[in-house]
Design a protein around this ligand. Sequence first.
Ligand code: NAD
Length: 358
Amino acid sequence: MNIAILPGDGIGPEIVAQAVRVLDALDLSFNTETALVGGAAYEAHGHPLPDATLKLAQDADAVLFGAVGDWKFDTLERSLRPEQAILGLRKHLQLFANFRPAICYPQLTHASSLKPELIGGLDILIVRELTGDIYFGQPRGRRESPDGAFKGHPEAFDTMRYSRPEIERIAHVAFQAARKRSSRVTSVDKANVLETFQFWRDVVTEVHADYPDVELDHMYVDNAAMQLVKAPKKFDVIVTGNMFGDILSDEAAMLTGSIGMLPSASLNSASRGLYEPSHGSAPDIAGKNLANPLATILSLAMMLRFSLNHAEAAMRVEAAVLKVLESGLRTADIWSEGTQRVGTQEMGSAVVAALIAA
Ligand code: NAD
């Protein structure tokens, strides 16, 4: 099996290095190859997703991705910005289903800004559609306003759209995921205002007919944002579109205390996937040995389970992370009184040691 390793920018190389140490410690015979992506690739090759990097990812069984982006690239034309690499990979690998579990580990309950009784034991899964919606809809651009009160003035516009097959396949993924959990799906939309999301609601309801054993409810996105901080444990699986999923999954991430703890998987219909932490490249702490590598290490566990058919190795990695948290080691983002503060590398070493000792 071949794994493409794309560390990226900012804290990407630091956190991916720790996940690779964990992968090596598992002593499974995978081939790994590393390539530049994002701002690092732009600086070396003039493009955030060079052909060689894309080919490596396309030929691999799975991609381990760090993060891309830095404020210094914000003035580049959009197609050359680091973030285009991740959009390009999603598009070319047809990664339409993004899994973002939000789990609050008992050892980290106090790290959340919510009361412990609201957050303790939280275990929800956000399934975000990744290849459609307003992020990819055409046409888009800038023009002279053709009508309305500001006719003739400059304006910018994007297009929100979803096709029936796109909604059907993500709905199937969500219902099937729910069957392995508490069999409850909340579909989040804005059907009261947007034609695209009335259609989304209609199609999800139709697909639900194939899953009579799974409970389905629909919720408007503004209410979902509110319920996530009011009573997050009421949710089990949330399925939603690209933009609402982008926002709600970060909100859910923070419920658990730190975005540095949350893994993600983006899969295509052949279960090949890209695995990355839910956070970005954190340029503010890059190169300082401050970043929490656990989200990336937990993303590696998701890769072992979903794409590499090594569920047992995935459980070993997750158990090692739990053991390290139980021992009281914390990176700065999850540190609290009475625990021991460690850096990125020391956290990686502790997970490797726990893995080997198990
Ligand atoms: P961010 O997730 O990089 O950082 C937000 C905050 O969380 C920062 O204070 C950061 O220090 C902290 N943080 C993030 N990861 C952490 C970790 N592992 N350990 C400890 N603290 C951590 O989001 P941002 O600041 O909005 O964006 C920074 C850059 O990342 C931008 O260029 C953005 O476009 C890019 N980005 C990339 C991805 C991706 O590669 N998939 C996703 C989101 C943002």
